[in-house]
Design a protein around this ligand. Sequence first.
Ligand code: NAD
Length: 322
Amino acid sequence: MNNAELRIKELVKLLNKYAHEYYTLDNPSVEDAEYDKLYRELVELEEKNPELVQNDSPSHRTGDLVLSKFEKYQHQYQLYSLQDAFSREEIEEFDARVRKVIPNPEYICELKIDGLSLSLVYENGVLITAATRGDGSIGENITEQVKRIKDVPLVLPQEIDITVRGEAYMPRKSFDKLNIERELDGEAPFANPRNAAAGTLRQLDTKVVAKRNLATFLYQEASPATHDTQEKVLEYFEELGFVVNQDRIFARSIDEIWSFIDKVADMRGKLPYDIDGVVIKVNSLAQQEELGFTVKAPKWAIAYKFPAELAETEILSVDWTV
Ligand code: NAD
């Protein structure tokens, strides 16, 4: 084995271990920035040595396996991850790739909520299933847990069949309160609101979910489109009673995108919930369809990730069964 092959194998093993801790156990042992750095190294090595790509490479997978304590749920519509960008240059590269197919795109820029993906399935306007993303095809059925999130409508004002995607998160206030209570009870505090939200939704005791005050933002229609732009979908979601994040803009140039990113970076600390970046999406759904998907992510969107904040809390081992 040459050096590249050895390193690829080592990175795949390490990253799969971290992904399992993060997605399945809600208990990461390294910071996201460390994971992102190693992931980048792997992708670069794979690009240079395509013949060495491993079958179980995380670059081909979304998330991780589902926990056996939950019923599995086969998604009707695949859930994807997002391509990452860490610099203005990478957003420029994304824009250039889009422009090869769509000469004059209009983008919509949204906050990247740092929670966990949810898929909500409504039939005749009634919530029948809520599931985690899992590996994108199979998630965990967490319907009873999600019904305890107060802002999720159980019944819509229209008797429609619709599948929507969004993010469940724990507001900072609820997170601080929860960690104080845990410390008083002699339990290990949660590492961050994202892990606290993920751990909460995996509680078999739904009373615990009700007590912990999770919230949601919905951002995507997964079932066939009822509208022709992302913005109209978001407006429709509001009519249906979903919570939609209001901090979004349209952009037609990198300068406009970048000044939104700057603004969001400034207000980030003042938001009542955690975000880890800005998602830039092509607004037209017909153009999104034209651009399509890679195995893992849409080609019509990119997530700009903010540089890592210094960790405030030491990551501790948490017993999720409590
Ligand atoms: P991601 O979190 O980088 O981005 C995709 C997700 O963003 C979507 O699935 C969706 O849930 C979410 N999202 C939030 N707001 C959105 C919006 N407005 N529009 C669309 N999507 C929105 O991708 P991922 O695959 O969930 O996770 C990868 C990241 O997880 C890594 O970059 C790393 O930071 C972290 N991770 C950390 C560890 C660790 O050990 N610390 C392990 C694995 C992954």
